[in-house]
Design a protein around this ligand. Structure first.
Ligand SMILES: [Zn+2]
Length: 250
């Protein structure tokens, strides 16, 4: 419950503007799910979340509030009072990763970067709780495997080559992508502190993309990559996300 109250739900945008999709209602439904004691109560609370504000199953749409709700659902998955609550949390988390965001609301600001694709931000929270997912049988394993597809590379050392390409040593999270592949470039911002708030404006310039030509990894999640089509050699600390994730929206 404390985790629900810690979120500033009123600061989260509502893409549809409909009262039923108000993030405050997501908080309300999460409270109902947490304290539900009967199958009906759990089912009703889960239906509220699956029908509006968190995801809209009917429209296959995921809302920005889903990013704030994900850690709370992961807590319920791990520590929920009843197996039904844990099952409902797992199903909702799976919906959040599968659905597409509303147009213009497909990015969130996180503690580690601004304008992160919503799917990748949710997937990173899921990967951070892999042990909780792995205790939930085939469905938990499948969700973790899906979350691994939203890979993230953080460049640690970069070296421009005479042929115009850039080679880099990077830390890989998730499943290595097949190459060549297009990636979004997120350079570290040193001009202002990054705070874990949710993105409200949608008028940011398009995130630059580059191509990962080759990628090899070892068992320690270190990766060696060759980059082409870079606007300029990306500085160490830059993060790469799948370019296709940044295009996911209705
Ligand atoms: Zn993604």
């Amino acid at each position: 419950m404390d985790a629900i109250e810690a979120v500033n739900w009123s600061a989260i945008p509502n893409p549809t503007g409909h009262g039923c999709d108000d993030p405050q209602r997501v908080a309300h439904a999460l409270r109902l799910l947490t304290v539900s004691t009967t199958a009906n109560q759990t089912g009703d609370a889960a239906s509220l979340l699956a029908g509006s504000g968190f995801v809209c199953g009917h429209a296959a749409m995921v809302f920005p509030a889903a990013y704030a709700a994900t850690p709370i659902l992961l807590d319920l998955l791990e520590h929920g009072r009843r197996p039904r609550i844990k099952d409902a949390a797992l199903a909702l988390l799976s919906d959040a990763l599968d659905c597409y965001p509303a147009a213009g609301h497909n990015r969130v600001d996180t503690a580690y970067g601004t304008g992160v694709p919503l799917c990748c931000a949710i997937a990173r929270l899921l990967r951070g709780r892999s042990s909780a997912l792995l205790t939930h049988g085939a469905r938990g394993k499948r969700l973790l495997r899906d979350a691994e597809l939203h890979w993230r590379l953080v460049l640690q050392q970069t070296e421009p080559q005479p042929d115009g390409t850039v080679t880099a040593i990077a830390a890989l999270e998730g499943t290595p992508p097949h190459t060549p592949t297009e990636a979004e470039l997120h350079t570290p911002r040193t001009d202002k502190p990054t705070t874990p708030t949710l993105r409200i404006d949608t008028d940011e310039p398009t995130t630059p993309t580059l191509r990962i030509d080759t990628l090899s990894t070892d068992t320690s999640a270190a990766a060696w990559v060759r980059l082409t089509h870079t606007p300029s050699p990306p500085p160490p600390g830059s993060a790469l996300h799948p370019a296709e994730c940044g295009l996911r929206e209705h």
